[in-house]
Design a binder for this molecule. Sequence first.
Ligand code: ACO
Length: 379
Amino acid sequence: MSEQTVHKGLAGVVADHTAISKVNPETNSLLYRGYPVQQLAAQLSFEDVALLLWSGELPTEAQRSEFMAFERAHRRLMPQVRSAIDLLPVDCHPMDVGRTAVSVLGACDPDAEDSSPQAELAKAQRLFAAFPAVVAYDQRRRRGQEPVEPRDDLDYSQNFLWMTFGEEPAEEVVDAFRVSMVLYAEHSFNASTFTARVVTSTLSDLHSAVTAAIGALKGPLHGGANEAVMHTFDEIGIRAEESREQAAARAKAWMDEALTAKRRVMGFGHRVYKNGDSRVPTMKAALDRMIDYYGRDELLGLYDGLEQAMDQAKGIKPNLDYPAGPTYHLMGFDTEMFTPLFIASRITGWTAHIMEQRAENSLIRPLSAYSGPAERQLP
Ligand code: ACO
């Protein structure tokens, strides 16, 4: 056996510097470019947060209007993307659709092979603007509905909901959606972001890095957990007629059984945060507003029941995916569309990291400790 120290899962390894975000588990805080994420979620549009992540500073009025016009000009579903999506089965996972769409967008991008800082930013912004139409089109085609054209009089979040549901969304719903986008945008060297940085470090292109990141995000130990949370709720059974207390009691019984069976319950736990995820209180407040808005108290019973039972049994706290899953459910998104919504948001963080990695690149290539047979000879 080798004497080398192995950092399984790279746990505790500091792989590089980043100026994009700071996760501080001790103070349970998360800063984007120095600003607390709670303040950003309370006060800024998602478009402003995207500009902050890319450039490092809040946009001026002129920069904001320029970007708003650019984003609106790139919202339409490209015919090539639509044709590619149409080739995919309607029952394939929407993350496969998202991954394929980004690949096609990359192949068709006018700056495909240009990785200069200006071209990288333009590609990131085009991808940001184009992706909502992919999610909206995919959910609608699965339901046998015609696509809905984007509207220039709506902002990013309003238009996203408009293209998905074909109805003008209520202000309360738009706000909860915006908050989720801001909270999902960036989280330092998580698995998908690190994947994007590894791909970039080979001097590959931005869309290849994002496509790979989507593959990493799909897994239930990462972004796929928001979808898995809803499967848990469905497994316990959502009963509209039930009181909050009754729902909580059934959720607690389910959790006790799941933990006895040593099941991993998605939406709980985090590699970095051990005392709770900094983003959860803000997202939970948005979920509470949606529960009030839709009058669905029984969901709160399930939510609280699971959370309390997990806390009592193992002291493990919810992560962002836990309140985000039922929030998207209440808004009317199909469960499998939840992780593609995470893509739409995280495109900002991924592309900011891709640009940062490229600016001071070093090939990411760790070592391994060999544990196979000692050298031997063929008979
Ligand atoms: N359910 C049940 N037990 C859990 C959970 C969970 N969700 N999370 C951790 N544990 C337990 C493990 O079983 C293990 O117990 P043991 O020591 O008795 O074997 C212990 O806690 C440590 O777990 P690890 O997996 O070693 O811790 P790690 O830091 O690698 O885990 C992870 C982080 C992968 C996120 C884990 O908590 C998990 O699987 N959670 C569920 C998936 C999830 O919600 N992912 C979303 C992450 S956040 C995001 O992407 C926005």
